[in-house]
Design a protein around this ligand. Structure first.
Ligand SMILES: N[C@@H](CCC(=O)N[C@@H](CS)C(=O)NCC(=O)O)C(=O)O
Length: 217
């Protein structure tokens, strides 16, 4: 199995973390990426497989798919254990919705902050999402019952939220404790740690919470 990702691809990192959590061996190819030119020129395999011209792309023999959430679904049906979706139908639907909201409701505001640090409404929208996650956690360890793809998705998305000036408020103690639990997972340390080392190598500062990944703050 081969994954095409980018050194700063939060969507690629989602797929990589899931592969490590499942214990599925894979080859990782980082496509060309630079802060100035971003993903241009696009990797030929990405162009061939994904009409959206984006990473991550996964190739497993004659299967060629793209999109981190599609990759999650393939991994879950390929290797059930450890399960990364809850088994009960409503719990599973809620977990899937949360994974979707993290990518498609929260993260687009963070993307807007990448080009405009004062993007109207973006900070407020991020703050509302953090409040929702604080409420969602309640007394639980993970966002959607057991540890799931929803945790992986929001961990990677909030990493970029923090980098883009929309950190989780200190008052949200439950989300902070959840993030520490996430940062302690070997799969997360491996993937988010590599992203942190890449950021340091290009002279970028890391959000302080990334020190929990064994990186300098
Ligand atoms: N919904 C897609 C989003 C993928 C995506 O936005 N990938 C970014 C990198 S994180 C990309 O390849 N951007 C280059 C572009 O859009 O031209 C997923 O979940 O995989």
């Amino acid at each position: 199995m081969k994954i095409y990702s980018g050194p700063l691809s939060m969507f690629g990192a989602k797929a990589e973390i899931a592969l490590h959590e499942k214990g599925i061996p894979f080859e990782l190819e980082m496509v060309p990426f630079e802060m100035k030119t971003l993903y241009e020129p696009k990797h030929p395999e990405v162009l061939r497989v994904n009409p959206k011209r984006q990473v991550p792309v996964l190739i497993d023999g004659d299967l060629e798919i793209f999109d981190s959430t599609q990759i999650f679904e393939y991994l879950e049906s390929l290797k059930r254990d450890p399960a990364l979706w809850p088994s009960e139908p409503k719990a599973r639907a809620r977990a899937r919705l949360l994974e979707h909201k993290s990518d498609e409701v929260y993260f687009p505001h963070i993307v807007r902050l990448m080009s405009d640090p004062k993007a109207p409404g973006a900070h407020d929208a991020a703050a509302r999402f953090y409040e929702e996650m604080e409420r969602t956690l309640g007394t639980a360890e993970w966002l959607a019952g057991p540890y799931t793809y929803a945790d992986i998705a929001f961990y990677m998305a909030q990493l970029f939220g923090d980098r883009m000036g929309a950190p989780i408020p200190v008052s949200h103690a439950k989300v902070h404790a959840w993030r520490d639990r996430m940062s302690a997972r070997p799969a997360v340390q491996k993937v988010a740690g590599a992203m942190g080392r890449y950021l340091l190598s290009i002279g970028r500062k890391l959000p302080p919470f990334m020190a929990k990944l064994g990186l300098p703050a």
